[in-house]
Design a protein. Structure first.
Ligand SMILES: [Ca+2]
Ligand SMILES: [Ca+2]
Ligand SMILES: [Ca+2]
Length: 370
């Protein structure tokens, strides 16, 4: 895993940039990709048809915080959206419910329904636990909660506390993976994985993956389980952000082995400045998952990290001055399945400096994926 090759042989990709939409002074805090439709939120909710380059500003005004998720809440076949509203807006709330409201907006008119009040989250993930559909939320960067969709979708959602962290560091980033292989999805959040119990009403158990806790934001991460034993973790709210591949040990309750991606064996290191943008895809079609990173500060660089299959990830700088707050891998040829983008035609969407751009991968596929 730690073999350092003197010459990096990663295939270089070529991307061409096309600006799709200007945002003006509008602030975007979060986004999601639904096929060829990009959903953004911040000052307001906005939909952009990537194929036509046409945007629709919804009537739903925020401001909305970073955390959000797209899922069909009421099961009518149309994707709805869960957001963390920073003001109470037009929904009727109890007098004792100050602060932010977790709401879902019902397609197609985006009528708001309260999920819960006094919620503060930058991480929301659609999840199904024990057959129950709902969302995972990291409340106040310290508590993992599960909200279950109620029988009557307009009701408040029952909440289950999964785990509360009593650490000085904030914890951020959410992912689901069956870490211990018992068939039940476990939760990855910040420095930890949280083991699913045998039934919904039993307690979840916490195990540390790593101990990134030197600063308050050390464990505000982007996480991606690229499997079968590998987890990518990146600090998203720091300069000189760490980026590493963690390999699950035989006993996953022990600390995991870290392989730094930003520290090279040659002594060089790549100092990423607030890399908030992150997404996973197979950009060169070799069957191995690569990932894209966008710095929101500093030089505002956009990188693709190539997975060479032996635990090494080699960065390729695609551009500078992008300053992406958000990045998404997009399957431009429509051949991938949702969540994992594969092969030829894969592009990147960036949102930064008031512009939404598409970076089209013009590289011819080399080799034959398995
Ligand atoms: Ca729906
Ligand atoms: Ca499990
Ligand atoms: Ca690849």
């Amino acid at each position: 895993m730690l073999l350092v090759l003197p010459v990096l042989s990663a295939q270089s990709l070529r991307f061409t940039r096309k600006d799709l939409a200007k945002l003006g002074g509008e602030r975007v805090t979060g986004s999601a990709l639904l096929g060829r439709t990009l959903v953004t939120w911040g000052d307001r909710l906005r939909w952009l048809n990537l194929s036509e380059g046409k945007g629709t500003a919804s009537l739903a005004r925020g401001p909305f915080a970073e955390g959000g998720a797209v899922l069909d809440v009421d099961g009518d076949g149309r994707p709805d959206i869960v957001l963390n509203d920073t003001v109470l807006n037009d929904i009727v709330l109890n007098d004792d419910a100050p602060g932010r409201a977790l709401v879902w907006l019902e397609a197609p008119d985006w009528k708001r329904h309260a999920i819960d009040t006094a919620v503060d989250t930058t991480d929301v993930l659609a999840a199904q636990l024990f057959g129950r559909r709902g969302i995972l939320v990291v409340h106040r960067r310290a508590q993992v909660r599960f909200y279950e969709i109620p029988h009557r979708a307009a009701d408040r959602w029952p909440m289950t506390e999964i785990y509360s962290f009593y650490t000085p560091s904030d914890q951020g980033g959410l992912a689901l993976a069956d870490v211990d292989g018992d068939g039940r999805p476990d939760i990855l959040c910040g420095n930890y994985w949280i083991r699913s119990p045998k039934s919904f009403d039993l307690p979840w158990r916490l195990f540390a993956i790593e101990l990134w806790n030197e600063e308050p934001h050390s464990a505000m991460l982007r996480l991606a389980w690229i499997g079968p034993r590998e987890l990518i973790a990146m600090q998203r709210e720091m300069n000189g952000a760490r980026l590493a591949c963690f390999v699950k040990p035989a006993d996953p309750r022990q600390l995991w082995t870290a392989h730094s991606i930003t520290e090279h064996g040659t002594g060089e290191s790549l100092a990423l400045d607030h890399p908030r943008g992150f997404d996973v895809a197979d950009f060169n079609g070799d069957g191995r998952l690569d990932f894209v990173v966008g710095e929101s500060s500093g030089a505002g660089r956009l990188f693709v990290f190539h997975n060479d299959g032996s635990g090494r990830f080699t960065p390729q700088e695609i551009a500078t001055g992008v300053a992406a707050e958000r990045v998404h891998a997009v399957d431009w040829n429509g051949v991938g399945r949702p969540g994992v983008v594969t092969g030829k035609g894969t592009g990147i969407i960036t949102i930064g400096k008031g512009v939404i751009s598409l970076w089209q991968n013009g590289t011819r596929r080399q080799g034959i994926p398995p």
